[in-house]
Design a protein around this ligand. Structure first.
Ligand SMILES: Cc1cc2nc3c(=O)[nH]c(=O)nc-3n(C[C@H](O)[C@H](O)[C@H](O)COP(=O)(O)O)c2cc1C
Length: 141
């Protein structure tokens, strides 16, 4: 299990694959106590998330913003820089509506934005009590 965790937490992929849209919460868990939370602006992180879930078969939660970012790459790069410099916490469209106490392992995935996670990941972490959980971060760049 440790090897699997190390492998998954060090995954760095950069590829574009078109996938059909999923529900924002997708439960393949059948009692499995693993939650996979991710934010993806351009889909790379979403692809990795799906690969992880093929292995761990948990519950997926896609983080969305109340006010989505522009689809213009240059603009989002500028906006993200400002937000990260100013410690902005963008509002979630909605928080995870399931029962977090059911999960003991939580994967948290983000694109690399300016050498760190997308700010909305920090919003999610600060809004939810993750005490006692095993957190497995993963990032795409
Ligand atoms: C706002 C922004 C900032 C980024 N900053 C970096 C960076 O600092 N280093 C890097 O390797 N890639 C950076 N990238 C590229 C993304 O990390 C990469 O394309 C990632 O896989 C995108 O994931 P997504 O498709 O799930 O959004 C940045 C992309 C964006 C949009």
């Amino acid at each position: 299990m440790k090897k699997l965790i190390l492998f998954l937490s060090s995954i760095i992929f950069c590829f574009n694959i078109c996938l059909a849209d999923d529900a924002k919460i997708k439960d393949d868990s059948k009692g499995n106590k693993t939650l996979i939370v991710y934010y993806s602006w351009g889909r790379n992180t979403k692809v990795v998330d799906k690969k992880i879930n093929e292995i761990v078969k948990g519950t997926i939660f896609e983080i969305e913003l109340k006010v989505p970012y522009t689809t213009d790459y240059k603009e989002v790069v500028k906006q993200a820089k400002k937000e990260i410099q100013n410690g902005v916490r963008p509002e979630l469209k909605e928080n995870f509506s399931g029962d977090l106490s059911k999960y003991d392992t939580i994967f948290i995935g983000s694109p690399n934005w300016w050498g760190t996670v997308a700010p909305v990941i920090m919003t999610f972490i600060e809004k939810n009590n993750l005490e006692g959980k095993t957190i497995i971060p993963f990032i795409t760049h």
